[in-house]
Design a protein. Structure first.
Length: 440
């Protein structure tokens, strides 16, 4: 019995020793009593002896006060400290009551205490799948994803913008409306486009462009009279409409063409890489795929080939890899031109958050960057991962999975979009609303 008791005591002692500790600085009030007035008349300059008990926190130079009842009658300063007492001098006295023996004193001192590390709070484990949490109830005829805090919606054939509470920020009034990028969004009234700010105010005249696109890197392409050019955020035409086709700026360059040959221009409209290609892709991670006839490859921003390839198509690079198509199957290529995942899939998507969707036998799943299947192909459609979740389709319904393939929200929506800024548009009962990301 004694041995068992000794063992328990030993275990307890060990637990105390190894328990994580931390120090905490606090301000503490130390109280004492005047025992003797050693010199003076009870006013400024009077020296007093104070009983401070066993406190080790009082030191020379500490400031305190003398009180009577609820009033402070004088302020004092410690000039020496002894085992259970201290000597202080009255520094300020502006009261009719003199400092005498028996009166209480107090000090505010900084104290450092060592305490056991608090145990981390145990959060309840969330069980999945969960029911969707509607932040904005279904009410819209169509809805887009949030961008820069606002989302375009359609109600009764007119488009406007809502905030994350569902409140209209810009009332429905437009025939078309794009997402906000760099503080502006392109909107259409009748057959002409302009740009508004986040209050709905026109920043760029709405009655001059036949077509328009979102701002990217400070410029947006617009179409006037069948030709494309670029405007800045004041609406100034910085590159006059002259191109038969053009794409947004990416990494400082944009694809533009006159006739059937494509090249790359800079922000002044000057061709940096002359028009010579039958097909181009925008720059991504420093490279762009181009093709002349049946010969293709990836070039850098000087137009120099980094590698050539027999593949018919190379997509944009994302997380170091790009999709590649050899005419029958699709795989992935790295930035040196090396095939890192052999073309074997019927369909592929860009890598996002470490995974990419692939199609095998008409079903979609997900692979990692080694080509290993992480989520077995079983979905009728699928999109890439955003904010930890991917949108997948079974039959006619959409739901959301995590990166292990586990359902976080079971398929139940008629249509849906990816999560952006914590919310996703979903269609249920013929109307669109917004649900919250359950992982947030």
């Amino acid at each position: 019995m004694k041995k068992a008791l000794l063992f328990v005591i030993l275990l307890f002692a060990m637990a105390v020793v190894i328990m994580p500790l931390y120090t905490e600085a606090t301000t503490k009030t130390i109280s004492g009593t005047i025992t003797v007035v050693e010199g003076g008349n009870g006013s400024v300059g009077t020296t007093i002896r104070i009983n401070i008990g066993s406190s080790k926190n009082i030191k020379e130079g500490d400031l305190g006060w003398v009180s009577k009842g609820s009033e402070v009658i004088a302020y004092i300063k410690i000039i020496s400290v002894h085992s259970n007492s201290a000597i202080a001098i009255v520094t300020t006295h502006q009261h009719v009551v003199k400092v005498t023996a028996g009166l209480p004193v107090g000090f505010k001192v900084d104290v450092t205490e060592t305490k056991p590390e608090p145990k981390p709070e145990r959060k309840p484990v969330k069980k999945y799948p969960v029911q969707p949490e509607f932040v904005i109830k279904p009410q819209f005829d169509d809805a887009g994803s949030f961008s820069e805090g606002l989302a375009p919606i359609n109600i009764g054939g007119k488009r406007g913008y809502i905030g994350k509470t569902g409140k209209y920020v810009v009332n429905p009034q437009f025939d078309d409306a794009g997402s906000f990028n760099e503080g502006l969004a392109q909107v259409k009234i009748g057959d002409k486009y302009g740009y508004i700010d986040k209050t709905g105010k026109y920043v760029i005249n709405p009655y001059q462009f036949d077509d328009a696109y979102s701002f990217s890197e400070g410029l947006a392409w617009v179409e006037i009279g069948g030709k494309k050019g670029y405007i800045d955020k004041t609406g100034k035409l910085v590159i006059k409409p002259q191109f038969d086709g053009a794409y947004p700026f990416n990494e400082g360059l944009a694809t533009a063409w006159i006739g059937d040959k494509e090249g790359y221009i800079d922000r002044t409209g000057r061709y940096i890489i002359k028009p010579q290609f039958n097909f181009t892709r925008p720059f991504s991670e420093g490279l762009a795929f181009v093709r002349i006839g049946d010969k293709g490859g990836c070039i850098d921003k000087t137009g120099k080939y980094v590698f050539t390839t027999q593949s018919l198509y190379v997509g944009v690079f994302s997380e170091g890899l790009a999709t590649v198509f050899n005419g029958s199957k699709r795989g992935y290529i790295d930035k040196t031109g090396k095939i890192v995942i052999t073309p074997q899939f019927e369909g592929v998507g860009n890598f996002s958050e470490g995974l990419a969707r692939v199609e095998i036998g008409g079903k979609y799943g997900y692979i990692d960057k080694t080509g290993k299947i992480i989520v077995n192909p079983k979905f009728d459609d699928a999109l890439g991962f955003r904010e930890g979740l991917a949108l997948v389709k079974i039959g006619s319904k959409w739901g959301y999975i995590d990166k292990t393939g586990k359902y976080i929200i079971t398929p139940q929506f008629e249509n849906a979009g990816n999560f952006r800024e914590g919310l996703a548009p979903v269609k249920i009962g013929g109307k669109y609303g917004y649900i919250k990301n359950p992982l947030k």
